[in-house]
Design a protein around this ligand. Structure first.
Ligand SMILES: Nc1ncnc2c1ncn2[C@@H]1O[C@H](COP(=O)(O)OP(=O)(O)O)[C@@H](O)[C@H]1O
Ligand SMILES: [Mg+2]
Length: 123
């Protein structure tokens, strides 16, 4: 579950909020999309959710974990695919998968078995 509560972001000294008291709940298992014109605040909302930006006001929670209070705990619950496909080109595909497994504290033994088994172990 994802919860935005009065989440607000004002960039720098701007006199206008880029995101203005967003309150939104995305229930567990729900696929949710942000649609809106350029400048509506979609990217800002995602940046607050991932912890890349701090909210000026309000809260964002992932599975009940406040992104500002426990950034690492919240990040453990998040997978993020950015619109730019930057890869670590020095890593092989296998090394990259191991790197991701390490970040999410998945043991080498389980990671080797593949994604299907990772999900069945963690859920
Ligand atoms: N890094 C930034 N510094 C200052 N203003 C920003 C920054 N990023 C976005 N904005 C402003 O915040 C508002 C929302 O932008 P953004 O979240 O990128 O919207 P969207 O992703 O919906 O196009 C816009 O007015 C944009 O100009
Ligand atoms: Mg955007």
């Amino acid at each position: 579950m994802i919860e935005f509560t009065e989440a607000t972001k004002v960039y720098g000294k701007s006199d206008r909020a880029a995101l203005d008291h967003l309150t939104l709940t995305v229930p567990k298992g729900c696929v949710y999309g942000f649609l809106g014109p350029n400048g509506a605040g979609k990217t800002t909302a995602i940046r607050l959710l991932t912890g890349a930006l701090k909210a000026t006001e309000g809260h964002v929670r992932v599975c009940g974990i406040d992104v500002a209070e426990d950034p690492v705990g919240a990040k453990k619950m998040i997978g993020f695919v950015p619109d730019s496909q930057d890869m670590y080109e020095r890593l092989t595909g296998y090394e990259y998968l191991n790197f991701m497994a390490d970040i999410y504290a998945v043991s080498r033994r389980i990671a080797k078995r593949g994604p299907k088994n990772i999900w069945s172990v963690s859920s």
